[in-house]
Design a protein around this ligand. Structure first.
Ligand SMILES: [Zn+2]
Ligand SMILES: [Zn+2]
Length: 590
């Protein structure tokens, strides 16, 4: 959790320590005309734009500029600009709201030629807030484009400030420093209250887990997650004890209203009651900027035996107008578990499948996120890719299971990340004795092989399939260390390297072309030096002298042409990564 800020300057740094792309997507979602790796081109809400793309959100520089309005700034000013059509700037006496201007610096910051519209960009730095700076005046025509143009409009600024503070998990500045009273915007107030309610609810559930030796033992035995981690992440147990969680939240210091609780994690009933989202489940809170923003619950032996409680994992309901209009819009299920780790700009990041896998890696000091499903949805990449700026390597570590469902998602993720210039490798968990034995029995008793679709099998086989699987959590729970996992990361390979690794000198001549087809298509996408390395790798695997590199190179070009020629020809014709990708897509919990 964030420590309370000691001064206004620190406070502002903390609330603006947020990815501007994320804020822009939240505020401008439907107005984003184009989304590139470095820039969001948006339709400005404050001038009538013909191009519909003159408001640029610069993801790499974490700033913005509207070429129509001729203003720009930081994330705080973006909030002001979008919410109020104004950008406040420093007034002496305003103290914390001073801004600095400078044409040359502005042009430099923008990295563009200086033109009329590009002058006078609000410059951002580490030290803008508590130190009054002199301002250069803007051209009057630019200023006239703004409805409320001066920093004297405190409301504009306070609203934006509190909005970012709520996002950052900090109380409003007025509660920390002596400031004038301010009216908060209702929508943001609700977001804040909802996150507060979830945070308080997590604490209640956490206390119930700690106070329930039976459930706590079950949880710890199953996942091997330590007490310290349980406490830090406020992992809890949603029991239906008395008094109910809703009553505690309404009567406790937070004094939450029914509306606020229904907006967070409860379902209102016709009888003016509130039904909690989770019943007899282990609850994992999602933390962001010091507050709980989402929750997922795992079934336990104490979960009631209802049809609607069958699924192993259950997430909080998100808003819809049909039957969940009571849910606040800020409850979002596209958030990754431990997503804030990306704000720390790690050089490497691990993406893993389950929430307990993620927690185990966090516990062992690895930078990790989890979509808590097999793969990150395509739509979510728009939001996530800018946050991966600076990440050199993404390691995908999925469950190692017979069906290879995890591998399917991993390959798709690898493809998307590779297209955005991020090296993505697959870290493969080694099988333990238990898994090897289960796989041997599956082969011998049920004829289930490594890449079969294992859906229609008898019950005994289902148990073996569960035993045949290993995930990150089980890897650590079995006593493995951080150093052991580092070794797995070191051995991680790209999908195409893995596919090449499956070739051998024993690969029959007749199969070779078919097997090489999808591999060569992937190699073709690489730059020339990497192409060369991969072609030599193929040659090494199938046996020197069997296929000259020049032939592989010619074949690679033919493959590409024939793929184009047949349109959407299946990439599943071989046993390479593409073939694996075609097997199935069922989600797997753990
Ligand atoms: Zn504009
Ligand atoms: Zn300062």
């Amino acid at each position: 959790m964030t420590a309370p800020p000691v001064d206004v300057h620190t406070y502002y740094r903390q609330i603006t320590d947020v990815d501007i792309g994320e804020v822009a997507r939240e505020l401008l979602g439907g107005r984003i005309a184009q989304d590139s790796r470095q820039t969001l081109f948006c339709d400005c809400p404050n001038h009538r734009s013909q191009s519909h793309r003159s408001l640029h959100i610069m993801l790499d520089k974490q700033g913005w500029y509207c070429f129509g309005c001729g203003v720009g700034g930081d994330v705080l000013q973006l909030v002001e600009f979008v919410h109020d059509g104004a950008v406040t700037r420093g007034q002496s006496g305003g103290g914390q709201r001073s801004r600095r201007f400078g044409n040359a610096e502005a042009a430099n910051w923008l990295g563009k030629d200086q033109g009329n519209r590009e002058r006078e960009v609000v410059l951002l730095g580490a030290c803008l807030h508590s130190h009054p700076q002199e301002l250069k005046s803007r051209t009057s025509s630019d200023i006239n484009l703004l409805r409320a143009k001066n920093g004297l409009d405190n409301g504009v600024h306070f609203r934006a400030r509190d909005f970012l503070a709520a996002r950052a998990g900090l109380p409003p500045l007025s509660k920390l420093a002596s400031g004038s009273p301010e009216a908060a915007e209702e929508a943001h107030q609700l977001t804040l209250r909802v996150h507060e309610a979830l945070t308080a609810l997590a604490e209640i559930y956490h206390q119930r887990l700690i106070g329930n030796a039976e459930v706590l033992t079950w949880f710890r035995d199953k996942y091997g997650i330590g007490q310290e981690t349980i406490e830090r992440l406020k992992i809890g147990f949603a029991d239906t004890g008395d008094p109910g969680a809703a009553r505690l939240l309404m009567e406790g210091p937070g004094a939450f209203t029914m509306r606020e609780l229904a907006a967070a994690a409860f379902r209102p009933t016709a009888q003016d009651g509130l039904v909690p989202s989770f019943d007899g489940r282990i609850v994992f809170p999602y933390w962001s900027r010091g507050r709980v923003v989402f929750m997922i619950g795992r079934r336990t032996p104490w979960t009631p035996d209802h049809d609607w409680e069958k699924s192993k994992y259950k997430k909080l309901a998100v808003r819809n107008d049909r039957n969940h209009s009571h849910v606040a819009p800020c409850i979002r299920n596209d958030v990754l578990y431990n997503e804030d780790v990306l704000l720390t700009r790690p050089e490497r990041i691990i993406i893993t499948e389950g929430v307990t896998d993620c927690i185990s890696l966090m516990e062992h000091g690895f930078p990790v996120v989890s979509p808590v499903t097999v793969q990150i949805r395509e739509a979510d990449w728009e939001r996530l890719l800018p946050k991966l700026a600076g990440v050199k390597t993404v390691f995908i570590c999925q469950d190692n299971e017979v069906s290879k469902a995890g591998m399917t998602g991993a390959l798709r993720t690898a493809r998307i990340l590779a297209e955005h210039g991020i090296l993505t490798t697959l870290a493969i968990l080694p099988l333990g004795e238990k898994q090897q034995e289960a796989r041997r029995q599956l082969r011998e008793q049920f004829g289930v092989g490594a890449s079969d679709d294992a859906k229609s099998l008898p019950l005994e086989a289902e148990a073996l399939l569960a035993d045949a699987k290993i995930d990150v959590n089980e890897f650590f729970a079995s006593g493995k260390t951080a150093a052991d996992f580092e070794a797995i990361l070191e051995a991680a390979q790209t999908p195409v390297e893995l596919a090449i690794g499956e070739l051998s000198a024993e690969t029959p001549e007749a199969d070779l072309g078919r097997l090489l087809d999808p591999i060569l298509a992937e190699v073709r996408r690489l730059d020339p030096i990497e192409q060369d390395r991969h072609l030599r790798l193929i040659q090494q695997r199938v046996g020197k002298g069997r296929v000259p590199v020049s032939v592989l190179r010619r074949q690679m070009k033919v493959v590409e042409i024939s793929r184009k020629g047949t349109g959407k020809r299946s990439r599943a014709s071989g046993r390479g990564p593409a073939a694996v990708a075609a097997i199935n897509e069922n989600d797997s919990g753990d």
